[in-house]
Design a protein around this ligand. Structure first.
Ligand code: ATP
Ligand code: MG
Length: 635
């Protein structure tokens, strides 16, 4: 049996052979003439001259064999809706949407901005854009007007697809007023607007600009729109990063490389096969949604489940009942969701029959050991962490689950895994780019060229792409992930936090993640954020902000003090007293981005008495108030 190490080495030693073979997984309208063009670093082009189409590969190609198989199952616990589409039905719907877009003047290469709640039409709009060769740019539904306006400025869409409203925890969030405001604010040319009316909120229309989808699509019920055959390296979409560290970057993705990378990853990494049911509990406004709600499952002929709602509403059993009823085989979500579930009774999971489920995949934030143990025990299924970024489009680190006949190393808790085939990943010195020895901390970097599926550039700004990602090391052209990590002798990489979040306490460099991990081992802790705060004596000290599983434990000042002491001792024991937080403060909620990432930089700013900076992607501004209260800055 060959080892995974050999398999990985083969993908790096001869990328032309490796990816040339993998490319056979998708349909090429015209074959490519060259697998890789690496003549212009740091830019890489894959499958040069080949023409293909994402929508064709996701839908049309499956029609002969799977026309009657479900392609999409949509469930909303917000509205009670359940809608199912076979491949044949989704083909018809996507064609109707594509014909409507064409009729509204959208042309190949135009941008289509999708500002939608989690409804099937959001996915149809993505696939319809892909079909006609338009470039979609999905913006999280419900983002504030200012956010939306800056993305409209950047992408300059010809069309915006939106809806009357989203819904969250039973509360209707009207989108149209936000959209109207954004369109007043933007400097970009005014786009056309196509609106899906869910009947949740008023939907006033601007004559000449806005159209209702039901009306505009009525004449196109039976139209079939030919696929636009795009050269592999043309743009398929723009997607903005989560904005955890500052101004979001408009990641531009290609067509052919992305299709091949996803088709390969769903098989090799996730073990997904045609006919399987996959439930990715994420938002389509995030890269996980693009890759593993929409494109990868459909490229593979699977059934994808799209969900609008919370993991705990009506109760913490809702996802697991879905697993039983829909016979879900693969599930993918973020650790944040599991930490929310952790506050619930695990018996809720065991009440459902989970026998169809093969594994749960998690990505997006560090998976702390206690949470990993908890969910693994509660489900009694493999839990697989994977590490990646909007920029890469698919995982960089994990333990592959679908490489039959290849010897995969056993999991190590706390580390997402080993470098994925195609990625030349290393931990290196943050200044020189020199590779670190095993056990030594540094920046996680990727060598040129990035594998297929990764970003082509920053939309409209090649220079920013080169400067941001490829110009961080003195002696080496390499891509910086801006994440801090450590690799062990077996190749396993542990993520220690973002490079921005590294704390320097009296000359010791600590990733915030290390201290968070340690605090989270205390049984009273549900969630924790650690930030570095300037200190005149030590340079920097760590502050820990803790959400308790039972908030009542920190109601009395004496209890708080006692608990603070216990938590500090936990860190002392595990990491030594240098890592001990100067303060541990209790809050009910931590500030996060819409995609569930901790906004440490905003917390740190408040703790240092500064303004929190760019908060455009924050989920709940109320969380910042709690930080202020905990710091004694507000009451
Ligand atoms: P921005 O780049 O705008 O600041 P962001 O980095 O949060 O935002 P994303 O691309 O959505 O935007 O998130 C990728 C980041 O999430 C990674 O760089 C890493 O910091 C973190 N991350 C993702 N998966 C994992 C994981 N499995 N373990 C630890 N961290 C992870
Ligand atoms: Mg990032």
């Amino acid at each position: 049996m060959t080892t995974y190490c050999n398999f990985h080495a083969r993908s790096i030693a001869d990328p032309t052979e490796f990816w040339g073979t993998e490319a056979e997984r998708i349909h090429w309208h015209t074959p490519f003439t060259q697998v890789l063009d690496d003549s212009r670093p740091p830019f890489a082009r894959w499958f040069i001259g080949g023409t293909t189409n994402l929508c064709y590969n996701a839908i049309d190609r499956h029609l002969p064999e799977r026309g009657a198989q479900e392609a999409l199952i949509y469930i909303s616990t917000e509205t009670g809706a359940e809608r199912r589409f076979t491949y044949a039905q989704i083909f018809a719907e996507v064609n109707r949407m594509a014909a409507t877009m064409l009729a509204m003047g959208v042309q190949r290469g135009d941008r289509v901005l999708i500002y939608m709640p989690m409804i099937p039409e959001a996915m149809l709009a993505m696939l319809a854009s892909a079909r006609i060769g338009a470039i979609h740019s999905v913006v999280f539904g419900g983002f504030a007007a200012g956010n939306l306006a800056s993305r409209i400025d950047d992408a300059q869409p010809a069309l915006i697809v939106s809806a009357d409203a989203g819904s969250r925890a039973g509360r209707v969030i009207p989108y149209k007023p936000l959209l109207d405001e954004a369109l007043l604010e933007t400097r970009a040319p005014q786009p056309k607007v196509l609106l899906v009316d869910r009947g949740l909120a008023p939907l006033p229309l601007f004559e000449g600009r806005d159209a209702l989808y039901a009306d505009a699509s009525a004449p196109h019920g039976d139209t079939i729109v030919a696929c636009a055959w795009l050269e592999s390296n043309e743009a398929s979409y723009i997607l903005y990063t989560s904005g955890t560290t500052g101004r979001p970057k408009g990641v531009q993705r290609d067509v052919g490389g992305y299709a091949v990378a996803l088709a390969t990853s769903i098989d090799y990494l996730f073990g997904g096969k045609a006919g399987d049911v996959m439930f990715t509990a994420s938002d389509i406004g995030w890269v996980v949604g693009h890759s593993y709600i929409v494109y990868a499952p459909l490229l593979a002929g699977m059934t994808t489940v799209m969900y609008e709602g919370l993991p705990v509403r009506p109760d913490g059993g809702v996802w697991w009942r879905m697993v039983e009823r829909l016979k879900i085989n693969l599930m993918f979500t973020a650790p944040t969701a599991i930490r929310v579930l952790k506050k619930q009774d695990p018996a809720l999971m065991r009440m459902s029959d989970l026998s169809s489920l093969r594994a749960l995949f998690l990505a997006g934030e560090p998976l702390d050991e206690p949470t990993a143990h908890w969910i693994e025990r509660a489900l009694d299924k493999p839990v697989v962490d994977n590490y990646w970024q909007t920029e890469t489009g698919w995982p960089m680190l994990t333990l592959p689950r679908g490489l039959d006949g290849i010897d995969i190393p056993p999991a190590k808790l706390g580390a997402p895994g080993v470098p994925v085939y195609g990625y030349q990943l290393s931990v290196c010195n943050e200044r020189t780019g020199e590779r670190c020895a095993a056990g030594q901390k540094g920046v996680i970097a990727l060598d040129y060229p990035l594998p297929p599926g990764c970003m082509s550039t920053i939309w409209g700004d090649d220079e920013r792409y080169v400067k941001t990602y490829w110009s961080n090391f003195l002696g080496r052209v390499a891509y910086s992930t801006f994440d801090w990590g450590v690799q062990d002798g077996d190749g396993f990489v542990t993520i220690l936090g973002r490079t921005d979040d590294v704390i320097n306490v009296a000359g010791h460099r600590l990733g915030t993640r290390e201290i968070e991990e340690s605090l989270s081992r205390h049984p009273a802790v549900a969630e924790v954020a650690v930030v570095g705060v300037r200190d005149s004596l030590k340079g920097q000290v760590a502050f820990g902000f803790v959400v308790l599983r039972d908030p009542a434990r920190a109601e009395e000042a004496m209890d708080r003090l006692a608990l603070e002491g216990e938590l500090m001792q936990t860190v002392d024991r595990q990491l030594g007293s240098v890592a001990r937080p100067a303060r541990v403060l209790f809050v009910g909620l931590l500030p996060k981005t819409r995609s569930g990432k901790l906004l440490r930089r905003a917390i740190a700013a408040l703790a240092e008495g500064r303004e929190p900076g760019d908060l455009t992607t924050i989920e709940d501004p109320g969380a910042l108030h709690q930080i202020r209260v905990a710091l004694g800055l507000a009451s």
